[in-house]
Design a protein around this ligand. Structure first.
Ligand SMILES: *Cc1c(COP(=O)(O)O)cnc(C)c1O
Length: 407
């Protein structure tokens, strides 16, 4: 399968991929692109070291917008001027969600509900809890199966004349359930609500068509499938015709119409600039450019095809080797409904994960009993999946034998 894989050669372009370590966590922290090492060194020597503060005028001031547009073009199908690199995912979710509910409340004070599902990523739920408290709003929870995600039927039931905002993950962090984003967006719009999409687990792995699917707002991580490095800043998408209607709550000098005017009061910039707040985190934006270059070259359709092949292969092997040991699949079996990772459930997985880490096989563990295997289309090989699952089988057997011996 590796020989037949048209994207196999990208693996060599990631630092560390030459070792025997099995990496199943690229959906949590992607591997570093090898070319980012030289880019970072060059930046320190020449750009920061040589240009010093002149670097801001010469390049850095524009970088959040340039990289934003590049993500728009290569990753989420958004035309220019709608995507920007900003703060962390958490902070951007806060800024966009607060801006959205404020605009909705101003238009119609009856819209006091924010819809979110109980299995959405913790930061999304916590941020919304805080916004509901600040604005005296209610959260309306959708209960979901942790092996699946929010369906159109569930959203149609929940959304109505009191809904201000709907916040959903495109790919569920636990199950990898791939939400029907265009249909869910349409349902929310029919109810008069705005939608904020969390693209953390889809950006760079699953095609997103922000403009075509008529997204309002979206936020995505850059340190997962975009390999931006630990804590690299997130991106925000705001549809162009909404930008002028939204006021984000962290009013900083970098988001003003005249940044160096240093005027007496805050006047937001027109366009996407108004969604940034302070000095952009330039150093954190460098490595993702190397990944974006690879994505531009490979194209999202080929990346998605490889992703589906990797997850399908992992499911087939897990079924054969781990099924007899009592392991069950906690991700959708239909690849059309599945993002880039696979979760395998067994009561012993916490212990299995700890032992795998000791043997240089690095998956993630998510309660209840989930071994989460993240497969990065550009850096994961089929051989790596095979080896990692063989180790999982051997260690699970070992743990079960020890427990049987104790009993
Ligand atoms: C990884 C992830 C985040 C992370 O937010 P940070 O502010 O970068 O810590 C948020 N939402 C989802 C769905 C994620 O997967």
């Amino acid at each position: 399968m590796d020989r037949a894989d048209g994207l196999a050669h990208y693996r060599k372009r990631f630092a560390g991929a030459e070792t025997d370590l099995v990496y199943f966590d690229g959906n949590s922290l992607g591997r570093p692109p090898r070319s980012a090492i030289d880019r970072m060194a060059g930046f320190l020597h020449d750009d920061w070291g040589g240009r010093l503060i002149r670097g801001w005028d010469e390049a850095w001031m524009q970088l959040p917008f340039e990289i934003g547009d590049r993500i728009g073009r290569a990753v989420i199908e958004a035309k220019a001027g709608q995507t920007v690199i900003g703060d962390s995912t958490t902070v951007l979710i806060y800024k966009l969600a607060r801006a959205a509910v404020d605009a909705q409340l101003a238009r119609d004070p009856a819209r006091r509900e924010i819809i979110v599902d109980r299995d959405n990523f913790p930061t999304d739920r916590y941020v919304l809890e805080g916004i509901a408290r600040e604005r005296d709003m209610r959260l309306r929870w959708i209960d979901v199966d942790t092996a699946s995600g929010v369906t159109p039927e569930q959203l149609a039931q929940a959304a109505g004349p009191e809904t201000a905002l709907v916040v959903l993950s495109h790919v569920a962090y636990r199950s990898a359930y791939l939400a029907d984003a265009p249909e869910l967006t349409r349902i929310a719009h029919d109810a008069g609500a705005l939608v904020l999409w969390d693209l953390c687990h889809s950006a760079g792995s699953v095609p997103v068509r922000a403009d075509h699917w008529e997204f309002d707002l979206a936020v995505g991580c850059t340190y997962k499938y975009l390999n931006g490095g630990p804590g690299s800043p997130a991106f925000a998408y705001v549809r162009d015709d909404l930008q002028g209607l939204l006021a984000q709550p962290i009013q900083g000098w970098m988001g003003t119409a005249d940044v160096f005017g240093m005027g007496p009061e805050y006047t937001p910039a027109r366009g996407i600039r108004r969604f940034i707040s302070g000095t952009p985190p330039i150093v954190g934006m460098l490595p993702m450019e190397d990944t974006l270059a690879m994505i531009e070259e490979a194209g999202m359709p080929a990346i998605r095809a490889k992703s589906v092949a990797l997850t399908s292969f992992a499911i087939t092997v897990a079924d054969e080797w781990l099924g007899p040991l009592g392991v069950t699949l906690a991700s959708p079996i239909d690849p059309e409904e599945r993002g880039g990772h696979v979760t395998l459930n067994h009561f012993a997985m916490r212990e299995v994960t700890a032992r795998l880490w000791q043997r240089d096989v690095i998956p993630d563990y998510r309660d209840p009993g989930g071994l989460r295997i993240g497969l990065s289309p550009l850096s994961t090989s089929f051989e790596e999946v095979h080896r990692g699952l063989a180790a999982t089988r051997d260690i699970l057997r070992e743990v079960l034998t020890e427990r049987a011996g104790l009993a």
